[in-house]
Design a protein around this ligand. Structure first.
Ligand SMILES: Nc1nc2c(ncn2[C@@H]2O[C@H](COP(=O)(O)OP(=O)(O)OP(=O)(O)O)[C@@H](O)[C@H]2O)c(=O)[nH]1
Ligand SMILES: [Mg+2]
Length: 683
């Protein structure tokens, strides 16, 4: 069938995105099977799909990173990037999107998943990526299938355009009418749909649905609008041209139907991609690529493979890349390409040089990272895009199970972070902890699984230590005398300290007012050292802050005094003083900003009272219709797994950011428990 004459040619790169578990990996499998890249369509249940081939994805039966596979359809190469649907792995999707020509948003007709769909569409809208909706699982459809646009439209800022309507055998969807082609098809399981006559009820419904499709197109085409008003049937080519142009300009978002498990609607989707999705040239333009003579590529993801070493999955945007092509990023040399590989999920196959438009894995680019813009010329291209990971929301402290692996753990973590830049590491020297920060429980669990399975370092993990402190409420003047006479050379240091509480946030000050040299100048720094040492562990077991110590008196001995003796004297004074100064626990309080759909805002109240949170205010979220911002203050200890509850109250889409605000006194039972736990841990 001749469609429009303006279709893009050459290799394409298409993202499969969509809410959690909507069927993206299954759709990839169906596409690969229908286009002959694989012999049999595997299933996620059987664990034999091309996508989700990693041990972690198989174990959890969900996508935990992108899977990339290339196939050919009617003479063109198509690389699909199957993205995880879980919000915790969304960075993989966000980093891949700049490289794709278009996205297929796989979704279900489920109101509960509309907020997630909205988040994903947002990302595509912001990055101006042309997108189709593929309404999957229509084998399970019920009467609501008539309501497609009503249910899904709120998720999209651009107008949804129904391209197909279902036809029925009894209650079940048995086929569809393509509104652009004006043809009816009956689905065949794992086979090409069969054309059937368009007649009766289906024909009536087709007329109405086609008219509303054309009306939507006419919003952006005055000539078409006139034709509709004058009741002139627009030429078929014009309709296809409009469909294509309005998709490419992100003016509309066409909706196709199908069932990935049965491979229904898959060829129609491929044809829509073939005829309507833009190609590399338009993608390069979208990214603002200024092509010279030299090759350029964008790194979708870097991987550390068990056998092939480091690999960079990259879209070639300009020129040709082969063995030996040397790249640089705007910041550094990226390395020299050793091998160009075709990807098929977890497997890869060495191939010849790659041309503009192709998506391949490039071997051994040691200093290339996810999201890098690679240029082969002398002059590096400015970054095409910068995709910053979302701030982390959950932390876990990890340590190598065996001491001997400590160094290896550091190297493994570097690789882990290169693969997933939405994970970060914070060292807590005070608690001797390495803390992994990330986007959620599953992501961090998968991270530790990777450390052990992929990088060979088994780890144990635990909750990170909260940064408690303690301070004093009462002043005191305290003498500390260290004296030892054990034959020969003795030790002698004697100090008097004036100790006072300071206002919150002041830290520690040390001053002196020594008259008449009762403590010689040269020993005073040692006294301060001793004091500081003692303040590392106060009577409650935590570092002591907001305290002033003034050295006001003391004595020395010409022979027996030493730096060490004065250090010990300072330490002793603090040690003896603090328990008498009404020590009190301080806990870190954070300012937390929760964002959530407005219907979940009320639930945040309840959530806060259970977590010692204090609501400071509500606001609408700027630029996000139907969303709110809730500002709260909350103890660090309670933020620990806050994300789990925020997500469960918001169908997975709520999130938050936080920053340290102040230290607050904590007394009563909670404080007693914290102190007891600390004592037990130290014992
Ligand atoms: N009935 C029906 N089930 C489907 C269809 N497509 C996928 N599924 C099922 O939906 C579940 C999720 O499928 P996946 O392909 O893993 O979904 P996904 O979108 O890749 O999931 P994530 O990547 O984890 O977000 C599996 O149990 C599939 O068998 C379909 O067309 N019809
Ligand atoms: Mg998947």
């Amino acid at each position: 069938m001749a469609q429009n004459g303006t279709r893009a040619t050459g290799p394409r790169c298409i993202a499969l995105v969509g809410p959690f578990q909507s069927g993206k990996t299954t759709l990839l499998e169906a596409i690969l099977a229908r286009t002959g890249a694989i012999q049999r369509q595997g299933t996620v249940e059987a664990g034999n799909t091309v996508g989700d081939g990693s041990k972690e994805a198989r174990a959890h039966r969900m996508s935990v990173e992108i899977s990339v596979a290339t196939t050919t359809f009617m003479g063109d190469a198509y690389t699909f990037v199957d993205c995880p649907g879980s919000i915790e792995f969304v960075h993989d999707m966000r980093a891949a999107l700049p490289a794709v020509d278009a996205a297929v948003v796989v979704c279900e007709l489920d109101e509960k998943k509309v907020p997630q769909l909205q988040l994903i569409l947002r990302e595509l809208e912001d990055q101006k990526i042309p997108r189709f909706l593929f309404l999957n699982k229509i084998d399970k459809a019920d009467a609501t299938i008539h309501d497609v646009l009503n249910v899904l439209q709120p998720a999209s800022r651009s107008k949804l355009l129904l391209r197909q309507i279902p036809t029925f055998a009894g209650e079940l969807v048995s086929g569809f009418v393509d509104l652009a082609l004006e043809r009816a098809f009956v689905y065949k399981e794992q086979a090409r749909s069969e054309v059937v006559p368009l007649e009766g009820d289906a024909l009536d419904r087709e007329k109405t649905a086609r008219f509303s499709m054309l009306e939507t197109l006419a919003d952006h085409d005055d000539e078409l609008m006139e034709q509709l008003l004058e009741d002139i049937a627009p030429p078929r080519d014009k309709v296809f041209d409009d469909l294509s142009r309005e998709l490419r300009e992100s003016l509309v978002c066409p909706v196709l139907l199908g069932a990935a498990t049965r491979s229904n609607g898959v060829l129609r989707l491929m044809k829509a991609l073939r005829h309507e999705s833009p190609g590399t040239a338009e993608t390069a333009k979208r990214l603002g690529l200024k092509g010279g003579a030299d090759a350029m590529a964008y790194v979708i993801k870097t991987l550390h493979t068990a056998h092939g070493g480091k690999m960079s999955i990259a879209r070639i945007l300009h020129g040709q890349v082969g063995d030996g092509t040397t790249f640089q990023t705007p910041e550094r040399e990226a390395g020299r390409t050793a091998g160009v590989f075709k990807l098929m999920g977890q497997t890869n196959e060495k191939r010849g040089p790659a041309q503009a438009g192709e998506t391949v894995a490039l071997g051994k680019l040691d200093h290339a990272n996810t999201g890098d813009t690679l240029s082969a010329g002398k002059q590096a291209h400015a970054p095409l895009v910068t995709v910053r990971p979302f701030p982390p929301v959950l932390a876990v402290a990890v340590a190598a199970k065996e001491r001997k692996d400590d160094v290896k753990l550091g190297q493994a973590m570097t690789k882990l972070l290169e693969e997933d830049p939405s994970i970060s590491i914070v060292h807590n020297p005070e608690a001797h902890e390495v803390v992994l920060w990330g986007q959620g429980e599953m992501q961090l669990r998968v991270a530790t699984e990777r450390l052990s399975d992929r990088f060979g370092v088994p780890t144990a993990s635990h909750k990170p230590t909260v940064g408690y402190r303690e301070t004093i409420k009462k002043p005191i003047v305290q003498r500390g005398r260290h004296r030892k006479q054990s034959g020969g050379h003795g030790q002698y240091g004697d100090v008097v300290l004036d100790i006072k509480p300071l206002p919150r946030g002041s830290g520690f000050t040390f001053t002196e007012e020594i008259k008449g040299g009762v403590v010689p100048r040269n020993y005073i720094p040692s006294v301060e050292e001793g004091v500081q040492e003692a303040l590392k562990h106060g009577p409650l077991g935590f570092p002591v802050v907001d305290i002033a110590a003034k050295l006001i008196d003391g004595s020395y001995h010409t022979v027996d005094s030493s730096d060490m003796a004065f250090q010990l004297a300072g330490r002793l004074a603090i040690h003896d003083a603090l328990p008498q100064c009404h020590p009190v626990l301080l806990e870190p309080i954070y300012q937390v900003e929760i964002v959530c759909p407005s219907e979940a805002t009320a639930k945040m109240n309840g959530l806060m009272s259970g977590r010692r949170g204090q609501i400071l205010g509500f606001d609408t979220r700027a630029g996000w219709e139907g969303w709110d911002v809730v500002r709260v203050q909350m103890p660090e200890a309670e933020i620990g797994d806050l994300i789990v509850e925020v997500r469960s109250a918001t169908a997975g889409v709520g999130s938050f950011t936080f920053k340290f605000d102040h230290m607050a006194e904590l007394t009563g039972r909670t404080a007693d428990q914290i102190v007891a736990a600390r004592k037990a841990a130290a014992a």
